[in-house]
Design a protein around this ligand. Structure first.
Ligand code: FES
Length: 124
């Protein structure tokens, strides 16, 4: 599975999450209180809306389009249990956060061992 560098750890101070585009898809990266991180896709399973534009209350993010609700810790969808958000792998090395290009359970995972690349920041 290929990982890309998305940000320095310090960029998450005071933030609940940051969103990056990986292979054209929004991926949310969330810092944990213990210093770790987790990441999951941020595209609504209903009609692909970017969930990062919705409100986050506690561990629940709500899609602003039609109101589907997701638990950001588990990816579970309250409205459609068969449509959870998938998680991405996360590594922290030398103060930088790296995220897998594809979700952990993706069939298209790249196991080539290619070197890390940089993510494309949102809006570029
Ligand atoms: S697109 Fe998200 S609830 Fe419809």
């Amino acid at each position: 599975m290929r990982y890309v560098r998305v940000a320095h750890v310090s960029e998450f101070r005071g933030r609940r999450f940051k969103t990056f585009r990986l292979l054209g898809r929004p991926v949310g990266v969330f810092p944990e209180t213990g210093g770790g991180f987790y990441a999951l896709e941020m595209r609504c399973k209903h009609q692909n809306w970017d969930l990062s534009t919705g409100p986050l209350e506690g561990d629940i993010i709500t899609c602003p389009r039609h109101g589907w609700r997701y638990n950001i810790r588990t990816g579970a969808c309250e409205n459609q249990p068969s449509a959870p958000l998938r998680r991405h792998g996360v590594r922290v090395e030398d103060g930088y956060v790296y995220v897998s290009l594809t979700p952990e359970d993706s069939d298209s995972a790249d196991a080539s061992g290619l070197p890390f690349g940089d993510a494309v920041p949102p809006g570029e």
